[in-house]
Design a protein around this ligand. Structure first.
Ligand SMILES: Cc1ncc(COP(=O)(O)O)c(C=O)c1O
Length: 343
């Protein structure tokens, strides 16, 4: 089997050894199931230490689960959710947000993945009009699916607008670790302090085996959430194993080391490929992803050795993702091959 590290996704990487060790370390004896155990309590406390003491935290299995259930907690079936055209909730969740929440997703065209106040305003109408889905939530992705990041001020500006019209701010933070590392800020500065109401706090892409957390900054929104999570089939009976992974990620700044490393590898890759003729980087490289237009005829051959995805086939645009385990040798090997094929 070819287990070579490629550039397809940060989900393709394995589990960080410290996280595996943490899973093993809680694998002793019996503890109460469904989160009533000391490991879950400890991990929630660690998350509170990062985000603020009053946040409510619920672990779930998947990022889609976190997004869908977070949105469910914030909406009624007649609401709409404003999001980027490129957002995961719109493109990659098989319609689950619409299916589970009943809400209409209203997209805005944001070529770099970032929603702006101007774009949001286009959808802020029809309030109190019974024929119109009622704008309820703006969902931002931090970092975006296009590898870009929102600054704390940009998030604050959006939150202020959104709150002034009675909407809530949801953040898909599948890559919030990469964003915080890139911006050199705390999690709190780009969530609670910037007006975010609900966060999907991602772990899987940053070295966990599986597991995400939904963080509520507004406790009113989580009032009945335990029922929502159970009905949504995301309540883990053996919760201690998700909790232990988050605990490990937040111990000794492992989250920051992993994310910074992945970001650095993307930067290295971008620096190297930008010198190769016929390759054009199409997005700012701010986290662990590089988007580039490359000659179409070499894509298939490259993929045989280092797998990655085509992002926009019609434009011959590809996406290269790095991960916590990407090495400089991986980058150099890939760049060498790329040079051979292009020239
Ligand atoms: C931006 C974003 N949100 C959420 C997810 C989580 O998805 P999953 O349900 O596969 O864990 C992903 C995974 O690719 C993602 O890229």
């Amino acid at each position: 089997m070819n287990n070579k590290r490629g550039f397809a996704s940060d989900n393709n990487s394995g589990v960080h050894p410290s996280v595996l060790k943490a899973i093993n370390s809680v694998n002793e004896g019996h503890v109460a199931a469904y989160g009533d155990d000391p490991y879950t309590v400890a991990a929630i406390q660690k998350i509170r230490d990062h985000f603020g003491g009053s946040v409510e935290v619920y672990f779930v299995f998947t990022g889609t689960g976190a997004n869908v259930l977070g949105l469910k907690a914030a909406t009624e079936t007649w609401n709409s959710v404003i999001c980027a055209q490129t957002s995961h909730i719109h493109c990659d969740e098989c319609g689950a947000p619409e299916f589970f929440t009943g809400c209409k997703l209203l997209t805005v065209d944001a070529p770099d993945g970032k929603i702006t106040c101007e774009l949001i305003k286009k959808h802020l109408h029809g309030f109190d009009f019974e024929h119109h889905a009622q704008p309820g939530v703006v969902s931002l992705t931090q970092a975006t699916e296009m590898g870009t990041v929102y600054t704390p001020d940009e998030i604050r500006e959006i939150s202020d607008l959104v709150h002034s019209r009675g909407l809530l701010v949801h953040m898909d933070g599948a890559r919030i670790c990469n964003a915080a590392a890139a911006l050199n800020v705390t999690f709190r500065e780009i969530t609670a302090d910037a007006g975010v109401d609900i966060l999907s706090f991602g772990g899987t892409k940053n070295g966990l085996m599986y597991g995400e957390a939904i963080v509520f900054f507004n406790p009113l929104l989580s009032k009945n959430f335990k029922y929502v999570r159970k009905q949504g089939m995301q309540l883990a009976s053996k919760m201690r194993y998700i909790a232990a992974q988050f605990d490990a990620m937040l111990t000794g700044d492992l989250w920051l080391k992993n994310a910074s490393h992945a970001n650095r590898m993307a930067q290295l890759l971008a620096d190297e490929v930008s010198r190769i003729p016929r390759i054009r980087i199409t997005q700012k490289v701010q986290i662990n992803g590089v988007f580039a237009i490359i000659p179409p005829e070499i894509i298939h051959e490259l993929q045989q050795e280092y797998f990655f995805y085509e992002w926009d086939e019609s434009a011959s645009e590809v996406r290269w993702m790095t991960s916590w385990d990407t090495s400089e040798d991986d980058i150099r090997g890939f760049v060498k091959l790329l040079k051979e094929k292009v020239i």
